[in-house]
Design a protein around this ligand. Structure first.
Ligand code: FAD
Length: 354
């Protein structure tokens, strides 16, 4: 019998397991191979930028990022391109550019050895019997069921656990597509592209060593492939070099458009990270939310395990407020006319010496 089972060893699940792993008997499941060299069969689709909020959380967690995780160039600028309004601006930002797969593996390597980590384990379903949660999963071809007291969904945007508990929570479903191209150009900025023909969210380019990563987030069932091709055409016209494709992947991504879409759990089942809907609805920055929610749940488990969700709700009030504020800010980024008004002022933008 385990005290806690955590589904998903991404930044949220790995952080929680690290924080509670010495005090409680913890089972951590992930379908990915995140320990040792692994087989890298499934990689998290991500831009791999650590934004200032996530840097702050890493500092609070007492962590510094090892140099093997960094990729060049490090970025200090966002090039904002508004296609419909034909405006371009550069803004100063401070990102840490990383290899996301190596980052996830590093976070898992920090988990105490007392945690039972099962990589290559696919969570299937749960059942509650006399207050005990029975967790069923498949690990290396064999079916298992383990008894646990608390179950944590840290299984990301397409959380199997959340979809079992609250199906249809998100009316609008987005998917992200990312493609890596070989690049000889030096483009030391993160581009954020606003284009109504592609999406009501945004698209991006990020330089990664000798590649450039192109990504877009579009509504599911709105012909993602065609829209992504249109984005690439428009980028090529603007001088981006996108000839030799190296790899392509995709993932679901959540965009909580009101705080009611964030589902933190019920009774002895809690959600952290993107599985709960903790992600910025304006920038899709998710690492800081993964860390903050994991810290909040770890505190709640230790403070008042009998009233876990009530305590967790209290401990995530600030995070909830953050989602509300971001949604209030959203029209200034995503309404074409308000965005034009903001960008036209040039406020906080900078000139780049060519
Ligand atoms: C295209 C894209 C670009 C992004 N770029 C950035 C960025 O640059 N910076 C940033 O801060 N955020 C970014 N985000 C958001 C960020 O990636 C997520 O918010 C963050 O990864 C959430 O962490 P998590 O631990 O909650 O979930 P995840 O990182 O998604 O981890 C979930 C884990 O659960 C596992 N899992 C899922 N289902 C099961 C199952 N049934 N059984 C077992 N294991 C399971 C998965 O294998 C995975 O390891 C981006 C997201 C996308 C889609």
């Amino acid at each position: 019998m385990y005290d806690i089972a955590v589904i998903g060893a991404g930044p949220a699940g790995a952080t929680l397991a690290r924080l509670v792993g010495r005090k409680y008997k913890v089972l951590l499941l992930d379908r990915r191979e995140l320990v040792g060299t692994g087989d890298g069969y499934y990689e998290k689709c991500c831009g791999g930028l650590i934004a200032p909020d996530a840097q702050y959380m890493l500092a609070k967690l007492g962590l510094g990022v090892p140099k093997e995780i960094l990729v060049g160039p490090q970025l200090f600028t966002v090039r904002t391109i508004d296609i419909q309004n034909s405006i371009e601006r550069y803004y100063q930002r401070h990102y840490i550019n990383i290899d996301r797969e190596r980052f996830d593996r590093w976070l898992v390597s920090l988990i105490p050895s007392s945690v039972d980590i099962r990589c290559g384990a696919l969570f299937k379903k749960y059942l509650i019997e006399n207050k005990i949660i029975k967790v069923s999963f498949k690990h290396k071809g064999k079916e298992y069921t383990e008894d646990v007291r608390y179950l944590v969904g840290a299984d990301g945007a397409f959380s199997t656990l959340r979809r079992q508990m609250v199906p249809g929570l998100f009316q609008k479903t987005y998917i992200s597509v990312q493609e890596w191209f070989k690049a000889s150009q030096n483009q030391p900025f993160f581009s954020a592209i606003f284009d109504n023909d592609i999406s009501d969210f945004y698209s991006w380019t990020i330089p990664k060593e000798d590649c450039i990563l192109v990504g877009a987030t579009v509504l599911l069932n709105e012909n993602a492939g065609q829209r992504f091709n249109l984005l690439k055409e428009r980028l090529v016209k603007r001088g981006y070099e996108l000839q030799e494709s190296m790899k392509k992947n995709g993932a679901f991504i959540l965009r909580p458009q009101n705080i009611k879409q964030v589902f933190i759990g019920n009774d002895n089942i809690a959600f952290i990270g993107e599985a709960a809907g903790w992600i910025s609805p304006t920038s899709a920055e998710g690492l800081s939310y993964a860390f903050r929610s994991a810290v909040a749940l770890s505190k709640s488990i230790q403070q008042d395990p009998e009233n876990l969700i009530r305590e967790y709700h209290k401990n995530t009030r600030g995070l909830g407020m953050n989602i509300i504020i971001k949604n209030l800010k959203s029209p200034f980024m995503y309404n074409q006319y308000l965005r034009k008004a903001v960008m036209k002022t040039g406020l906080l933008s900078m000139d780049i010496y060519e």
